[in-house]
Ligand binder design. Structure first.
Ligand code: FAD
Length: 337
């Protein structure tokens, strides 16, 4: 039985749990309250509002300390999301400082990327992590590795070694956890709480129930599949075929789910990306960036979306600009400045 909000419960023959993941603040309520997440469109709108509001206010702020906090952006977590966000933020600042905001120079703006491990992009090779760090440093992002954020209060961020960074904006990309509504039911889980499904992506002990995507992973040796779109999409197709076969009464024995690794990639910003392909082939720089760009365009749904995204990106690329700088109404979020 599936219980829904405000609607009578639904009985099911098949249930596919694909509820994705949510930010993990490791139980720190204060961090959760003051940080900006990067999971949804609403999150993105709130973050854009925050960044633009900080710039607007700093432009007219006479108090140097308050101005410094408004112009300091702390990104927590040096995985692909943190690396991509700090690269993008640095690019935006290079465009707007001194131009849209006449009283602000790029040199005043601090973008600080804090990573607990001793290097960036832990899921990639050492070489790719080092490349990302080099590019970000060149683009004026301060990269702090081996540093953990202990607390934040909306005005400053404190690291575990006691360092305090005055900042009005803390962006959280340091962890995610599954968002499944199973609650306390005794299903096997990985250390990060993803459901351990069997080789056919079924939830053990729950006939007819599957779990896929970020919410779950089959055990592959002692590993789990990454929380990325390709495992989610492949698992979705696999489970859909399983259900169709069963409904049609197919007698053919279903093969276990097999994940085809097509590689992983991340962009560090304009003309700079990292790509790892199965078999160990890796590349960085313009080629890594171009691969990232075309793969992301290719996986958009619908030809029209692909063309319009490609055209918008090409236009921004040629003009060296991010023209949309509007502050929109957004649902109440973590905070305000
Ligand atoms: C900023 C960011 C950048 C990323 N970049 C990449 C990338 O470049 N490449 C890549 O491969 N992956 C990337 N990912 C990861 C990728 O988005 C996820 O791995 C993928 O979306 C997982 O798919 P899913 O179907 O499991 O979950 P989701 O795509 O998150 O979908 C889950 C859906 O379930 C809904 N839902 C949740 N709970 C309930 C409930 N109780 N009832 C009803 N509905 C519910 C949610 O609203 C959501 O729409 C990125 C993720 C983020 C946050």
């Amino acid at each position: 039985m599936v219980r829904l909000d405000g609607v009578p419960p639904l009985a099911y023959d098949y249930l596919v749990l694909a509820t994705g993941s949510t930010d993990n603040y490791f139980g720190n309520q204060e961090l959760a309250r003051v940080s900006f997440g990067l999971k949804s469109l609403e999150d993105a709108t709130r973050l854009r509002n925050q960044v633009l509001t900080c710039l607007e206010r700093a432009d007219a702020e006479p108090d140097p300390e308050a101005r410094r906090a408004l112009l300091t952006f702390v990104i927590v977590g040096g995985g692909p999301t943190g690396v991509e966000s700090s690269g993008a933020l640095s690019e935006l600042m290079a465009i707007v400082a001194g131009k849209d905001y006449h009283e602000i120079s790029r040199a005043e703006i601090r973008i600080v990327l804090v990573e607990g491990a001793d290097r960036l992009l832990n899921a990639f090779s050492f070489r790719l992590g080092r490349y990302a760090q080099r590019v970000l440093t060149r683009r004026k992002v301060e990269v702090l590795t081996g540093a953990l954020v202990k607390s934040a209060n909306g005005h400053s961020v404190t690291l575990s070694d006691g360092t305090a960074i005055a900042s009005a904006t803390i962006i959280w990309s340091a962890g995610v956890r599954p968002n499944d509504p199973i609650g306390e039911s005794p299903v096997p889980r990985f250390r990060n709480a993803r459901i351990q499904v069997d080789e056919w992506l079924r939830i053990p002990g729950s006939p007819g129930a599957f779990a896929i995507g970020d919410a779950a992973s089959p055990r592959v040796g002692d590993r789990e599949l990454p929380m990325l779109s390709p495992p989610a999409m492949q698992a979705g197709r696999y489970v859909a075929r399983t259900i169709v076969d069963e409904v049609r009464g197919s007698q053919t024995e279903r093969q276990p789910f097999h994940y085809l690794d097509k590689g992983t990639m991340a962009t560090v910003g304009r003309n700079a990306g990292v790509t790892h392909l199965p078999g160990g082939l890796e590349f960085t720089g313009f080629l890594g960036w171009l691969t990232w760009l075309f793969v992301h365009i290719y996986y958009l749904i619908g030809f029209r979306n692909r063309i319009s995204a490609l055209a918008a990106w090409a236009w921004d690329y040629l003009r060296h600009d991010r023209p949309i700088r509007i502050i929109l109404a957004a649902a109440p979020g973590p905070k305000r400045i």
